[in-house]
Ligand binder design. Sequence first.
Ligand code: GDD
Ligand code: MG
Length: 360
Amino acid sequence: MKAIILVGGEATRLRPLTPDTPKAMMPVLNAPFLGYVIRRLKSHGADEIILTQSHYARAIKDHFGDGKSLGAKLKYVIESVQMGTAGAVKNSEAWLGKTFLVLNGDVFTDLDDAALVAFHQAKKAAATIALTPVADPSAYGLIETEADGRVRRFLEKPRPEEITTNMINAGTYVLEPEVLKRIPSGTKFSFERELFPDLLARGEPVYAYPSDAYWIDMGTPENYLKLSGDLLLGKSRQCPSAKTKVISGEGRRIHPEAEIKGPVLVDRNCTIARKAKITGPAVIGAGTTIGEGALVDNAVIWQKVSIGQGATVKNSIVANSCRLDDGCRLESAVLGDSVIVKRQAAPAPGSRIPPGTTVS
Ligand code: GDD
Ligand code: MG
């Protein structure tokens, strides 16, 4: 079966992390996010994959190429202007003959795609949408269903008073090629705000497949941080070995008096100095240095970061090549690439600091 992955969004909610690193390429346990999505699809029988993208096309293609290293066949369809979620799929119509899968490119899930397709076929549906329960549907597409699973209503980003269920669009669809006829060519068009409501208004058989498999949309800093932690804590079937207390890469130098409380993943060529304390879940990217007596607690730190003596990094994300001077404090902060935090500085909790900024 063929699958399309949508990776052409602007990822505005992940700024300041995304100007140089596309969302699909953000490191998750030190490997690009999209690799997990492709491997999962492949393991469920979809190995011909179309990536529809408008931004940063190069970084994704440079890394994954034709997909051979993952055992998949990848094709890239580039939008010169953003076509919207459904418009992007319409753009790829020439490569889609039979029933196919569509995936939001920022969802990490253990959903069984093969079971989803079998359900779709048993229902003779035109479209089937995977559903997942969430605590607050307001950031998602709310879906109301009948007892037999037929979709009654699709409401994107519902207001609080419109919330009638905790079941939302999990961002994986099975579609029949006929559905593409309902998407206009050459125009920006949305599955969520246009195509699905339109199919429902026409009485087309649109079904929903609920699943309580592990699921997260990593498109916000909070969820991105949570995803790393969840994987280290073994919450997904895809990373069971990650339960190991400390997993370390080559060339690392961890001082015997450093205190590491797992689960912590340390990539290659890192230095962790005397009396530094790392409390998991935490991921430390390649070539990062953590100074004497520094504290890192529930964090994702990318590559070549330098954390000074006695500095604190808590519930935070630190992108590539940042420098945190001695004694500075980061709490619930997100730093873009190459940010410098001067000695003793403490940006307000919740700060989002753009790449290249100096905070003093
Ligand atoms: N190619 C292409 N072109 N891809 C796009 C475009 C576009 O114009 N716009 C968005 N995308 C991609 C994004 O890169 C992302 O992978 C996916 O489509 C969904 O876009 P988001 O911007 O992440 O949407 P969302 O998270 O607010 O909501 C969507 O996902 C929720 C589940 O995570 C909706 O589908 C909701 O209904 C759903 O509940
Ligand atoms: Mg999203």
